[in-house]
Design a protein around this ligand. Structure first.
Ligand code: 5GP
Length: 154
């Protein structure tokens, strides 16, 4: 699968753009970061929006690049008070959309009054199109906090 590499600068610009849209359209009470990929954007958004509370959920689904398990499994459940709150779920990519489906369900079950989804990037085939996103690509996205492959000359 082809890859596309994003820089810190591109990602930070994207997060500021997402923060602007949230400020105009949906100021959250709580941000839920989906571990691991959603954590850095979730924390950054929280600071930009003026210290919005951050909660975490961890969902395991991928074993490698484009290699999935049968279904997403929650490995760290949601904790905290969500009743009547406006919640923004933040992840890096919506690919199949299955991870977000599970997370949206959990946040609704926890009693959130309104739920929106923010992703840095989405794939054209996803079944969960985020309410706010910046990049759209069919390639594997490599984020600046991920490991870059090093080529060692023989
Ligand atoms: P989905 O459940 O939508 O298929 O996958 C969501 C999760 O898989 C994301 O939270 C992300 O961690 C990982 N993922 C899917 N596609 C990509 C990609 O192109 N790049 C990276 N870095 N992670 C991806």
């Amino acid at each position: 699968m082809d890859k596309v590499y994003l820089t810190w600068w591109q990602v930070d610009r994207a997060i500021f753009a997402l923060a602007d849209e949230l400020r105009k359209n949906f100021m959250p009470d709580v941000i839920v970061g989906v571990a691991r990929g959603g954590l850095i954007p979730a924390v950054r958004l929280s600071h930009i929006l003026g210290d919005v509370e951050v909660k975490v959920i961890d969902v395991k689904f991928y074993k490698g690049i484009d290699e999935r398990m049968e279904k997403p499994v929650i490995t760290i459940p949601l904790h905290g008070e969500f009743k009547g709150k406006k919640v923004v779920i933040v992840d890096d990519v919506s690919d199949t959309g299955k991870t977000l489906e599970v997370v949206i369900d959990e946040v609704k079950k926890a009693g959130a009054s309104e739920v929106k989804v923010v992703c840095l990037s989405m794939k054209p085939w996803t079944k969960v199109v985020p309410d706010f996103y910046v990049f759209r690509t069919d390639k594997w996205v490599v984020f600046p906090w991920e490991e870059f492959p090093v080529v060692v000359r023989e």
